[in-house]
Design a protein around this ligand. Sequence first.
Ligand SMILES: Cc1ncc(COP(=O)(O)O)c(C=O)c1O
Length: 368
Amino acid sequence: MIPLCVPHICGNEWSYIKQCLDSGWVSSAGSFVSLFEEKFKEFVGAEDAVATVNGTSALHLALRVLGIGEGDEVIVPSMTFIAPVNAVKYVGAVPVFADVCRDTYVMDASGLEELISERTKAILPVHIYGHPVDMDEVMAVARKFNLYVVEDATESLGSKYKGSYTGTIGHIGVFSFNGNKLITTGAGGMLVTRHREYGEYARYLSAQTKTITENGGFYHKEIGFNYRMPNLLAAMGVAQLEKIEKYIETKIKNAQYYSEKLSTLKGISLPTRKPWAQNVHWLYSVLVEDGFGMTRDELILRLKEEGIETRPFFMPVHLMPPYRMCRHGGLEVTLDISKRGINLPSSVGLIAEEIDKVCHAISCARSG
Ligand SMILES: Cc1ncc(COP(=O)(O)O)c(C=O)c1O
């Protein structure tokens, strides 16, 4: 089986995790946590980075830090994994769904203004599958209406918008180190920001708002969360980060190879890269058009028979029972590409022969 996207573990992971085990520093007070935060913030170019137990908790913290709460509205794409939408609900706010662009699959910033009401507090762009959202447009709308921007960069670590890593452009950005992400800690996340005060507040909230009194006791001024990343996971994160440049290079090279091989195939729309974007192609994704000769779901089954694991695009979140009543603009593109989109195998360890096999299988499927 050629898997969809599996981790690549080939560096200092064992030795750093062993250091945690040997020293007994396994939970979040260990030194790998701050080391991972330091190195990560340097890598992406942020002022602060706060390591968390997963990306979802980092999203929750981001909204909480910015004071988004009961009754506020947050504009999110419907074409996304559900986690950022759930995070909006965790703080008592309401998601409002925006459409996406057909070529990049990410939030269409040109439709944002018409979704804004007096309750709108934030925009939450999600750089799905790796292509950046047009952040200048998002930031311009945010400035005009005095809104916060939380970037969900969980799927786009390594992608750049006009030279800046995704996640570093809005007020707060969030990453995930789930097993299928560019680098992994098993489960883990990171909140990054250019604003030191947001980072400090996020760190405080993530550790149950714990302050130590003179006699060594704990004092908690407000309700916090147990969201700190444990040392064991951070140790793995430091090792993975040492290889990230290579991983990014490989992902981009593999995507180029996919595009070369599939470029002549009728009925398959290839992913775009806008001139202002570096797309890491976290998941190399294509659209199966009407002229292909079989539906996207038939293609998924055919590839499965050939030992190739793929995944359909996200089912739009506004169709899920908890979110069916939410306000939204036109979602024609979301509905269209959710039926056509397919993620192809995209592991860092994917080799050219495997890409050949995938492309050959797609080509054979087309010709029956
Ligand atoms: C777009 C998006 N946002 C948020 C998350 C949540 O991250 P985590 O699984 O680390 O909680 C994910 C998935 O992993 C995701 O794909």
